[in-house]
Design a protein around this ligand. Structure first.
Ligand code: FES
Length: 608
């Protein structure tokens, strides 16, 4: 994967980027924020994306011959969407997209609204004895004149004669890529929707997007219906080991959950499934296997090889998803068996790997997925953290629901933040655990090796009366019946140690120090709730100014929305696996050495 990068320069902007061989000039320009003009979605049919190659060369393609004059081809003009880069190139861009319509997404990213789903209103010439073209030929010719190529399946053909005649040949063609999804009577161009799904092991989030305006029309989340088969990925895979019937059970469970979300989304937005033409779905590798009814069991055993990691486009009817019956489900690619499309989506949303800033993205959960780098070089890995961050294997641990302590502040007294407001605290969820440990370190009741002081060792401390022993183990009382034990601290040390080690190994390979880091993004359903200061105090993330540590919310869902709204950004996601190197941590000796070195808590006075 670590292939030689090639340099491309765009004039008159004087912008240069380095890309893997085979990238198109069109796509490379988009990576650095130069949206070359296009109306065909990079399919070589609109002719708007032409550039002139000034230095270096690209092959002449058949699309060039179709769209460009011979003298243009001879003087170096090429369709940038077809021109693949195999040597260093300088080219001139005559036209960027003029005043592109854009939407602000996620981390204030401006995304050009240029979806894969396009609606084209056409007034077709009515047939007569002098023009006996078939209905589909009539439609194809009209679309082609507007720069769109298309292929049509039999389902659309079945509807065609009636729709054309009933609407006096004034119709709207709906294209997803170059598939003709539907032909609708009259002008329906204003009603164009898609749905972005983040399929988490625990929670699913669906966002219905208006593809005309770029706005979310409705959002819903609910628990994954696969929960009865186990709480985590490994127990779902264990169930799948019972054979195809079990895999089908898991598929049905997740598809029903998605369809339930869709029903609510349609109701809230007041639209029908027939106006929703595409779903972009992200999730970890196991979730996407199960969604498609594919056996995920090899993911759980050495050498951890999934059936697929590519971006797939699958007819919605084959998945059973209730959008337009001829619509499509698009998945994003994965980087490794344990760094899935949800992480690729997060990388897309956060802009890592395409800007000069050196950034760390960590999705904290049972697995810590880590991506570090910049446009120069980016690495990814997964570090097994165990269930501590989810509140499991913690004496008073619980999920982040009502009654869970999610924030802790220690001084002369104990202040707790409890989910659900006025409910009495019942346990500690992951963010509360991290806060509690960080605060105990701050007030000196935990030392840097992770050892908790006893009441006898800190007799004058204002919180000494809360130091106790439960079943012979030291503990700190947070609230009635809720305490943090010495063992819990050790569990957290192992969990954070694993992720911190993953980060350290990647930083060492890249040759960067904490002082080189511009930003650290905490993502995922748990990471987003972490207090950045506490994450730093316990050494989960490298010691940087706390304002460089940013919780990025549901970055996976955000990336799916971006890929739905912009086919250019979708292309970026497709190319990320070729741009990001996956590092396997198992069996690396530097992982074991680094793990031991980061098990304790950092002395931030020494490191800054
Ligand atoms: S021909 Fe349309 S984008 Fe290249």
């Amino acid at each position: 994967m670590n292939q030689r990068k090639l340099e491309v320069t765009y004039q008159p902007f004087e912008r240069t980027t380095r890309v893997p061989p085979g990238t198109t000039l069109f796509s490379a320009a988009h990576w650095i924020g130069l949206p070359i003009d296009s109306t065909c979605g990079g399919r070589g049919t609109c002719g708007k994306c032409k550039v002139r190659v000034l230095q270096g060369a690209t092959e002449v393609t058949t699309a060039d011959h179709r769209q460009l004059r011979k003298d243009e081809v001879d003087s170096g003009w090429r369709l940038s969407c077809q021109a693949r880069i195999y040597e260093d190139i300088t080219c001139e861009v005559p036209q960027l997209l003029r005043v592109p319509k854009a939407a602000t997404m996620g981390l204030s990213r401006l995304v050009i609204i240029d979806p894969n789903v396009r609606k084209v209103f056409l007034e077709l010439a009515e047939p007569d004895l002098h023009d006996q073209r078939s209905d589909i030929a009539r439609l194809r010719d009209a679309l082609s004149a507007e720069g769109h190529e298309m292929s049509a399946g039999v389902a659309v053909l079945r509807t065609l004669p009636k729709v054309l005649r009933e609407s006096s040949f004034k119709i709207t063609a709906v294209l997803a890529g170059d598939h003709l999804v539907a032909v609708e009577a009259g002008d329906t161009t204003e009603e164009c929707f898609g749905v972005a799904f983040d399929v988490g092991t625990t929670t699913l989030v669906g966002t219905l997007m208006n593809l005309r305006t770029g706005m979310a029309a409705a959002v819903r989340s609910t628990l994954n219906g696969q929960a009865p088969y186990g709480a985590d990925v490994i127990s779902r895979i264990s169930h799948a080991m019972n054979g195809q019937e079990a895999i089908d059970d898991l598929k049905t469970a997740v598809v029903s959950t998605m369809n339930g979300i869709l029903t609510e989304l349609y109701r809230e937005a007041g639209i029908t499934p027939e106006r929703t033409y595409e779903a972009v779905v992200v999730g970890n590798v196991t979730m996407l296997h199960l969604l498609l009814g594919i056996d995920p069991t090899p993911i759980s055993v050495m050498p951890f090889t999934p059936a697929f990691m590519d971006a797939l486009s699958v007819p919605a009817s084959e998945v059973g998803l209730r959008i337009h019956p001829a619509g499509y489900v698009q998945t994003l690619p994965a980087l490794g068996a344990y760094v899935g499309a949800d992480i690729v989506s997060g990388v897309l949303a956060t802009g890592i790997a395409r800007e000069d800033k050196v950034r760390v993205f960590v999705d904290v959960g049972t697995n810590g997925e880590i991506v570090i780098g910049s446009s120069q070089r980016t690495l990814a890995t997964a570090a097994p953290a165990g269930p501590a961050f989810e509140g499991s294997q913690i004496k008073c641990g619980m999920r982040a629901t009502d009654g869970a302590i999610e924030g802790v502040q220690l001084g002369d007294t104990v202040e707790l933040q409890v989910i659900g407001g006025d409910v009495p605290p019942q346990g500690l969820c992951g963010s509360g655990l991290v806060d509690a440990v960080a605060q105990l370190l701050n007030v000196g009741l935990l030392n840097h090796s992770g050892r908790m002081l006893s009441a006898a060792e800190a007799p004058d401390h204002p919180l000494a009366s809360r130091l106790m022993e439960v079943d012979g183990v030291r503990a700190f009382l947070l609230a009635e019946g809720v305490y943090l034990s010495q063992r819990d601290v050790r569990e957290l040390q192992f969990a954070k140690g694993s992720i911190a080690t993953g980060i350290k190994v990647l930083m060492d390979i890249l040759g960067v120090d904490p002082s080189d880091l511009d930003e650290i993004f905490l993502g995922g359903s748990f990471g987003s709730y972490l207090n950045p200061e506490s994450a730093k105090i316990i050494g989960l993330v490298p010691p940087v100014d706390v304002d460089k540590i940013i919780a990025v919310g549901n970055s996976a869902g955000e990336g799916a929305k971006i890929a739905l709204l912009s086919y250019r950004e979708r292309q970026v996601a497709f190319e990320l696996p070729a741009r990001i190197e996956y590092i396997e941590l198992s069996g690396r000796t530097d992982f074991n050495d680094a793990f031991v070195s980061v098990l304790g808590f950092p002395n931030l006075e020494l490191v800054g």
